[in-house]
Design a protein around this ligand. Sequence first.
Ligand code: HEC
Ligand code: HEC
Length: 461
Amino acid sequence: MKKILFLVFFVLLGAALVLEYKRLTIKPWPATHFDDVVEHFKYGSIGAEVDGFPYDIWRELPTLFAEEIPQGYAGFGFVSEEGHDLPIGVSVRRIGVDRVGFNCATCHVSTYQVDGAETLVLGAPNNKLDIQAYIRFLVSTTKDPRLTADAVIASAQDNGRALGWFDRMVLRAVVFPRLETEVSGLEDGLAWMDSRPDHGPGRTDAGNFWRERWGLEPAGDMRVGVVDFPSVWNQRIRLDGWFHWDGNNRSLEERNFSAALAGGASEWLLERHAIQRVSDWLMDFPPPDYPLPLDAARVTQGRAIYERAGCHTCHDTGSASLGQVTSADILGTDRQRTDLFDAEMVSYFSTVGEKYSWQFRNYRATDGYANMPLDGIWMRAPYLHNGSVPTLADLLSPPDDRPRTFFRGCTLFDPEKVGFTCDAGFEVDTSLTGNGNGGHLWGTDLPADDKALLLDYLRSL
Ligand code: HEC
Ligand code: HEC
């Protein structure tokens, strides 16, 4: 009798292990899905967990490395809401083990501070989020001798979320032995960053991430593709034009998929329906209203100056040039981003998705930057494609009078100059490659009174 029981036990155990192995290795668990599209935008999955950091370790890092990140992940600029374990923009999914991934809200949700109150704005560029610092932190902690399976297990226990025996075993036998290899791959892939100016919060260099992925060895040169996160509300008014700062694509689907891929999704696990749903919702999601009172008469006067200065020809909905590209020769803004996206990049981009039904076919190289609508522009600071000008008042000043250095990464709203100003944080040096703050001279020679009126109009958009 005992023998039979033993046999049954071992057969069941064997079956359980085989099933668990299959679950771990073959089929990712369903992506986190929310019926409410806003919740999905904030917390749902776009398929970016595939190479994500193991969640069981990730959530103990703020405890284990409290000295390095005293504010936890908020210190990297992730935005959190009361009552949620995960920050906005982070989703978890089991792919082998539970892994964390980004979604559209990671980079496209932010906050502003007026009169001490912090307000959440969906669709706004997360100008506090320092992805580069976050990735560097993950890489360095992984190599830190203090990070062990035992430490993670103990920390989880102390934090009241003790891991079950199976998860502990997987952590010891599978996750930790592979972690260093996984992360050293990531580290090699990021070596190109070290020779370039840091991105700092609110910016990223997606171009060079792609070049690295394609083996174009960005570490061998100094080309920079750093860009400011854009706003993503009100997409409908952008449909007739070209997308991305340099206007390199006009296919909505390709824009969405490339955004997801740049956020960490992989071609085989792209959550196409979820992405489509978010994209549909963004079509008519409105920009935020200016948070302080505005003088309607001054706004009207400002509009007249805006037209006199010719701003409307490029920036207004209904204008034929909206969404078209203005050459960098005319603009005079930093050329790095547009030059980086050249014919070679186009040819590589055209192979993305070739094994799937959605291959990229609409990329092109341009010689400048697209004329974009200025909706909610007060919430889109710092300005220009590389985020090199901190406020609207500075953008309306001649380049020599614009700040040579300034701090990025705060949410304190400056109603006078219109932007986010702070005296600490990440310092942008506009003399470094890719950070140039020159060009876009329209409006810079207006008399001071006219500039003040024009600013009132821009506040109202
Ligand atoms: C890692 C940060 C990050 C994530 C995640 C991300 N984006 Fe973006 N997004 C950017 C950056 C940076 C750009 C500007 C790229 C450029 O023009 O070079 C951009 C551009 C865009 C644009 C174009 C705006 C314009 O004016 O042309 C839209 C729309 C957009 N993203 C939507 C999305 C959606 C939808 C998702 C989720 C599927 C997403 N993004 C995920 C950083 C991100
Ligand atoms: C010939 C077309 C053109 C005209 C005219 C023009 N702009 Fe622009 N504007 C652009 C382009 C293109 C960019 C993006 C340049 C870059 O990022 O390098 C831009 C950027 C901006 C930005 C920053 C947008 C952001 O998200 O960072 C603001 C604000 C702006 N323009 C306001 C104005 C105002 C105000 C006027 C008139 C005084 C004006 N523009 C005239 C084409 C134009």
